[in-house]
Design a protein around this ligand. Structure first.
Ligand SMILES: [Zn+2]
Length: 131
C-alpha cells in the first residue's frame, strides 16, 4: 500500500515542476507559453569534473526572411516558409558548464533576438559512464 502511494508521487512530480515553472514565469512577468527548447549535452566524466564551454546550436523560430513573415510575396504563397511566415534558424550559443557538474543537472537560459521570439532553453547534462 505504501509503495503504491510512492508511485503516485513519482508520477505526479513532473507536473508539479511544470506548475512551479509557470508560477515563476508569472512572477517574472513572462509568458508561460513561450517556446521552450529542451536539449541535452553529453559529457565525459573528466569534462564534467573540470567544467567546459559547450557550443550549442539552438533552433529559434523567427520571421521568414523571404516574405518578412507575411507568408506571401505579392499574391503568391511564399515557397520558402510554405505560407506560414515563420522560419526556423539556428542560433549558436556557448554554454559554460561549471566544474563538478552532476549528471542530470539542468541549465536554463533565455535567448532573445530582435528578429525572433524569445526562446527558453533547457539543457540537461548527461555524463557518460564510459571514460
Ligand atoms: Zn516566407
Amino acid at each position: 500500500m505504501y509503495e503504491c502511494f510512492a508511485d503516485e508521487i513519482a508520477i505526479d512530480f513532473p507536473s508539479v515542476g511544470h506548475v512551479v515553472d509557470r508560477m515563476r514565469d508569472a512572477f517574472l512577468g513572462e509568458r508561460a507559453d513561450a517556446d521552450v527548447v529542451a536539449t541535452e549535452v553529453s559529457l565525459s566524466r573528466e569534462e564534467a569534473w573540470r567544467g567546459l564551454v559547450v557550443p550549442l546550436d539552438v533552433p529559434i523560430r523567427g520571421l521568414c526572411p523571404c516574405c518578412g513573415g507575411r507568408g506571401e510575396t505579392w499574391t503568391e504563397r511564399c515557397d520558402r516558409c510554405c505560407g506560414t511566415g515563420a522560419s526556423l534558424f539556428l542560433r549558436s550559443v556557448r554554454l559554460a558548464v561549471p566544474a563538478r557538474v552532476v549528471d542530470g543537472a539542468r541549465f536554463r537560459f533565455r535567448i532573445s533576438s530582435p528578429d525572433a521570439a524569445s526562446v527558453r532553453v533547457e539543457v540537461r547534462v548527461a555524463i557518460r559512464s564510459a571514460a
